[in-house]
Structures are given as C-alpha cells and as structure tokens.
Ligand binder design. Structure first.
Ligand code: NAI
Length: 339
C-alpha cells in the first residue's frame, strides 16, 4: 500500500519546468555554491551574481559565468536570493528590484525571514517562492554525490503565474532535495518557516547553552570537579553529537532506549518536571518572533553597529569555561580551529 501522504507533503518536482530558463544564483556562499553546482548537474542553465570578492573568484574557478548582481538579475528568469539575510534587503532594493521591474520572473528565497517581516517587498508581477533546505551547503553537495535527497520547506508568497507551487517543487528537485531517498518537502508559509527557524535558535540551543554554562559553574565551583571532566562529560567527548545523530535516525524518544534505565528514568522524569516552565519560555519567544519584535531588535542592533552582539561574544570568550575549553583541546592535541 502506498504511504499516506498529507496534502502539505511534496516528494518530487518537475525539473523540466526550469529547462531553458536562466537561473541566477545571487550570492555564491554556503548555499549558493551548493545550489549552483547541483542545478548545473541537473542540466540547467545557471549563472552567478556576486560582488567582486573571493566568492566571485571561487565561482569563476568553478566554471560559472559571473556577473555583477544587477546584471545577473537582468539576464535571469529565475533569481535565487542566496545572500546573508541581513544583506538581502538593500541588495534587493538597489540591484534586484530595478532589474526585474515589469518582468514575469521567479524569485526564490532560502529563508522566509525578510519577506515574512516586510524587510523585502517583492514585485507583484513575480512568482515569489520559498525553497529552504534543512541542510548546510557542504552536506547538500555530499548527499548529492551519494544520490540522496534532504528535507526542504516550500512556500509561496506570490503566485503571479498560477504555477508558483509547481516552480517551488521544481526548484526543490533541481537543488537535489526532492525525488531521491531521504528527500521530503513540507509546504509552509514564509512566516511559519521564519518562526520555526528562529524559535529553534531562541529556545532549544540557548536553553542548552545556558544549561551547559550553569552545569560548569555548579560542578566546578560548588563540588570541585576538574573542569576537564565536566567538559568531557557534557560534550567534548563527542557523546552528545552521537546522541544527536541517533535522535535524527531513531527519534528523540526511541533513542533513549540506548541509554541505561537509570538514565532513561532521570531524563524523562526531569523533562516532565521542567516542561511547564520551559513551555512558558517557548511561548514568549514564539510571540516575540511572530509579532516581529525580534526582527525589529536585530534590525536596530545592526543599525547601531552591533554593540550588544560584540559584548555578548566578549562575555563568553573571556569567561572561564571558554579558557578551560582551550586548555582541554590543547591537552588533547587539538585546537579550537581544527577540532
Ligand atoms: P553566506 O554567508 O555563505 O553568503 C556569502 C555570499 O554573500 C557571498 O557570495 C558574498 O559575496 C555575499 N555577500 C556577503 N556580504 C555581502 C554584501 N554586503 N553585499 C553583497 N554580497 C555580500 O550565506 P548563506 O549562509 O549561504 O545563506 C544564504 C541564504 O540561505 C540565507 O537566506 C540563509 O538564511 C539561507 N540558508 C542558509 C543555510 C546555511 O546552511 N548556511 C541553510 C538554509 C538556508
């Protein structure tokens, strides 16, 4: 029996829809290089738009035609916006929007953030789609070489042609996500993508970071445990990374069966003990993202020259735990760079 597929699940796309179109990759970084390479392997016509920096040189070396961003956008039928999110609004306004004026193009984003929070207002005549890989570029290339797909979120903010969803799915297949084992597309809105992307960064990771920092302070300073033992226990041994891999392969709950029963009891009883408190944290962070408070906070921080961002980095890198990490990695013959 065929598996039951919900109507928001997309398993493949028709790459033929893109045949004969010129696809401009705007930004040849982490995502840009991977997407350009995989689409060229799919037999599509790909050009690159970039500023004249080292990424321009890399794209040239990789054999692509490289143009100034505005010129690439002028030549393109499909524009893939793959610059850092904080750079996109002014590049879009100054170079891409004038180049696509009154033309029916497809504009693709790999992140919902700028469109969701009104920092980019794409033209009405364009199809505006979201094809947001859940994968870093280097891993996309590696999976592509092994003939495997990966998860991608798909969205449509503007359906001028009436076929924007087909184009989103086609791009999902063209960048190597769909139509292969391990590939799956999930339809979301731009704002939902921005919500889950940011909420993961504002809850799961910082709660873990805060827990690691507090764990270090308590065990080292109240109980006299050697810092090295604490760091190895928490993550420096690599065990945490192993557990994370098992979560992706087996599920967050079933992987628990690989741990001792003492560990299973401890983890489950404490997760439920803290649930109500953490739920309130998650609820508040989600509200701040959804209502645009975070986009405003980060926008103002950037306008001010990122003083708080720099101060936060100073606090953690001058802290004792960071120094202890450096000492441990030196003892083990590793450096922070090559670990
Ligand atoms: P990146 O940081 O690797 O981008 C580098 C590119 O941006 C280079 O081509 C560089 O020339 C250009 N660039 C940097 N500053 C510039 C400026 N001031 N003016 C003009 N060009 C400039 O970007 P990344 O990480 O590939 O992100 C691209 C998009 O993909 C973003 O929307 C991001 O949210 C999304 N995304 C990124 C993922 C990742 O693994 N990094 C995963 C999924 C989505």
């Amino acid at each position: 029996m065929a598996p039951l597929v919900q109507n928001y699940v997309v398993l493949n796309g028709n790459v033929e829809l893109l045949r004969g179109l010129t696809i401009a990759i705007i930004g040849y970084g982490n995502q840009g290089r991977a997407q350009a390479t995989i689409m060229r392997d799919s037999g599509l016509k790909v050009i690159v738009g970039n500023v004249r920096d080292e990424y321009w040189e890399t794209a040239k070396r990789d054999g692509f035609e490289v143009y100034e961003i505005g010129e690439a956008a002028r030549r393109a039928d499909v524009i893939m916006m793959l610059l850092p999110d904080e750079v996109q609004p002014y590049v879009f306004k100054e170079q891409v929007a004038p180049a696509v004026k009154d033309r029916r193009v497809i504009i693709d984003f790999a992140s919902g953030y700028n469109v969701a929070f009104g920092l980019i207002e794409p033209p009405r005549e364009a199809d505006v789609v979201l094809v947001a890989p859940r994968m870093i570029g280097a891993a996309m290339l590696e999976l592509h070489r092994r003939g495997r797909g990966f998860p991608v979120f798909l969205g449509v903010a503007n359906d001028a042609s009436g076929r924007a969803w087909d184009y989103a799915a086609a791009l999902g297949a063209a960048i190597g996500a769909l139509g292969k084992p391990g590939g799956i597309g999930i339809k979301v809105t731009f704002k939902q993508e921005a919500l889950v992307d940011l909420l993961d960064e504002h809850t799961n990771w910082p709660l873990l970071l805060a827990s690691l920092m507090a764990f270090y302070d308590v065990t080292v300073h109240k109980y006299g445990v050697p810092p090295e033992a604490v760091l190895l226990e928490m993550y420096a041994s690599g065990e945490m990374a192993e557990v994370a891999s098992r979560m992706a392969e087996m599920g967050v709950f079933d992987q628990l069966r690989l741990h001792s029963t003492t560990s299973q009891y401890g983890q489950l009883s404490r997760a439920l003990k803290y649930y109500d408190y953490v739920r309130r944290v998650v609820e508040e962070e989600a509200r701040e993202i959804w209502e645009g408070d975070f986009a405003r906070e980060w926008g103002l921080e950037q306008l001010a020259g990122r003083p708080k961002f720099r101060a936060l980095w100073d606090i953690v890198t001058s802290g004792e735990m960071h120094q202890a990490e450096k000492r441990l990695f030196e003892l083990m013959g590793m450096t922070l760079d090559n670990k």
